[in-house]
Ligand binder design. Structure first.
Ligand SMILES: Nc1ncnc2c1ncn2[C@@H]1O[C@H](COP(=O)(O)OP(=O)(O)OP(=O)(O)O)[C@@H](O)[C@H]1O
Ligand SMILES: [Mg+2]
Length: 494
């Protein structure tokens, strides 16, 4: 059997190709960013053609750098930014327009219209999701409406899909138009219990089912790749957060992870039953092994965390590298009573308020750039605290520690502040690239490279731990100030 496993991680800001050995150690990596296109306030787009090129490039670069060929790979998995939606022509294989990114808010009116007098929870019982701009189905409908594509879609000329579908289509040379259960669970078009497209939902939301990809299990043989991965079995597709749940080996109910990337996403394995949320979380598919029942999860999604650090860098020029935010935040003793609520795409979990927009509150003549940086970092930890409390309320599980991963976990100040606020240990695994790792491990399970989930669990090991040390009264004070700041962000969009 070939020596290694690989994953394509098609993320919001970049695409990575990573090769891992049996113990989960990184053997090769290449990464390329793609353009973030902001045509107007609230809109975010990606050029799917550019993403296809970047994907090809990182596969080639990583293999070359490690002196590997496709023959060295036992299997490949795909993991991807979720909900980002595009439509392409089945004949030419070319996108009809830019993809609409998950952060984009242009479907706000459409979502309101769909909610009608039944409110945003109209489809929650069936889909696990509130009607929000976040999800894919209404994004597809928006494209069909505004590019006048309904007729072509009805004729079957067009393929609708998320980034996993697009990447699989390209890896299979146009042979496969599929998505996996985890990605499909983010469209508002799939029935969570049956794991199939729901024709009533498709009709209500206005996306013809024959334009949608076939839903396949997340973990199982999907296709044999062509091109630079010729002959390698594509054996797993998982949305990025679901892949991280898998990569963190959260295989038993009650286990959870929190990923600190562009946004933050906490997922808890809830086993074979979808648990409806009453606290502003989503119910979603955790992962789905072929031949088995899907494993469900509760999710707290926060739209803006690491991207706020990028915003400080790109839009304010306060720093020139993300990592510099820590030194700037440490240049002040504390937040100086400054709070930054980064509601750039409205607020996601647990508030789900599309009418919110970003605010910085508590400014006085005393405040400086250090306080802004500190408040920006702390906003990630405050939002995570809100989500963790919702998770405990919905699941009844009292956390004793939190497994974390993602780019922002490099920030010591943030991780310590996070442990302080949560009052539980924050634990980082040895391989922090859990998203790509999860997709690779899942592909390995599908092809028999690993025998069992237990064998995969054994590859997980702890690298670092932060213990809480803040007085409870101080935590309460800070959380109270944060809650007041959140109130200030609401109702801005009228
Ligand atoms: N030292 C740091 N302190 C704070 N934030 C950081 C630090 N290093 C990286 N980041 C932030 O982490 C994010 C990148 O993390 P990661 O690579 O996990 O993102 P990602 O979510 O996987 O990206 P994508 O959404 O493209 O998949 C960026 O938003 C960056 O600003
Ligand atoms: Mg990612």
């Amino acid at each position: 059997m070939s020596r290694y496993l690989a994953a394509i991680d098609q993320g919001t800001t970049s695409t990575r190709f990573m090769v891992f050995d049996r113990s989960g150690e990184v053997v090769a990596i290449a990464q390329e960013e793609h353009e973030q296109i902001f045509p107007q306030p609230g809109w975010v787009e990606h050029d799917a053609t550019e993403i296809r090129q970047r994907t090809d490039q990182v596969i080639g670069d990583a293999l070359t750098s490690a002196g590997l060929t496709a023959d060295d790979l036992a299997a490949v998995g795909i993991t991807n930014q979720r909900e980002t939606t595009l439509i392409w022509d089945r004949e030419t294989g070319e996108p009809v327009a830019n993809a609409i990114v998950w952060q984009d808010t242009r479907t706000a009116d459409l979502c309101k219209e769909l909610a009608a007098d039944q409110g945003p929870d109209r489809f929650r019982a069936k889909t696990g999701l509130p009607l929000a701009t976040y999800f894919a189905g209404p994004k597809a409908r928006w494209l069909l409406d505004h590019l006048d594509l309904h007729e072509r879609a009805n004729r079957g000329d067009l393929a609708v899909g998320t980034m996993d579908s697009w990447t699989t289509w390209n890896l299979s040379g146009g042979a496969r138009h599929v998505t996996d259960t985890t990605n499909a669970s983010r469209t508002m078009l799939m029935d969570l219990v049956t794991g199939s497209w729901d024709s009533d939902l498709a009709l209500e939301i206005g996306v013809p089912t024959h334009s949608l990809p076939e839903i396949v299990p997340s973990i199982g043989h999907i296709t044999e790749c062509v091109g630079s991965l010729a002959g390698v079995p594509l054996a797993a597709i998982l949305g990025d957060q679901h892949a991280a749940l898998f990569g963190q080996a959260c295989f038993t109910p009650g286990m959870a992870k929190n990923t600190y990337g562009t946004g933050n996403f906490m997922l808890m394995n809830t086993g074979d039953t979808p648990i409806p949320s009453e606290s502003g979380l989503l119910t979603t598919v955790g992962f789905h092994i072929a031949g088995e029942a899907p494993v469900y999860a509760l999710e707290g999604s926060i739209a803006v965390t690491g991207s706020l650090v990028q915003w400080l860098r790109d839009n304010l020029g306060l720093i020139s590298e993300s990592a510099e935010v820590e030194a700037l935040a440490r240049s002040v003793e504390d937040n100086g009573d400054v709070y930054f609520v980064p509601a750039f795409s409205g607020l996601f979990a647990p508030h789900w308020r599309p009418d919110a927009r970003g605010v910085i509150t508590g400014l006085t003549r005393f405040a400086n750039r250090g306080h802004i940086a500190r408040a920006a970092l702390e906003s990630t930890a405050f939002q995570t605290k809100e989500v963790l409390e919702a998770m405990t309320a919905d699941s009844g599980v009292e956390f004793t520690e939190m497994r974390v991963d993602g780019g922002m976990t490099a920030n010591e100040l943030l991780m310590q502040f996070q442990a302080d606020l949560l009052g539980v240990d924050v634990v980082l695994p040895k391989v922090a690239e859990t998203t790509a790792l999860g997709a690779a491990l899942a592909a390995g399970l599908a092809v028999g490279y690993y025998e069992s989930l237990d064998e995969i669990s054994a590859t997980w090991s702890e690298a670092k731990r932060w213990n809480p040390s803040m007085e409870a009264s101080q935590v309460d004070h800070l959380a109270g100030r944060w809650a007041t700041a959140v109130e200030r962000s609401l109702g801005w969009v009228t």
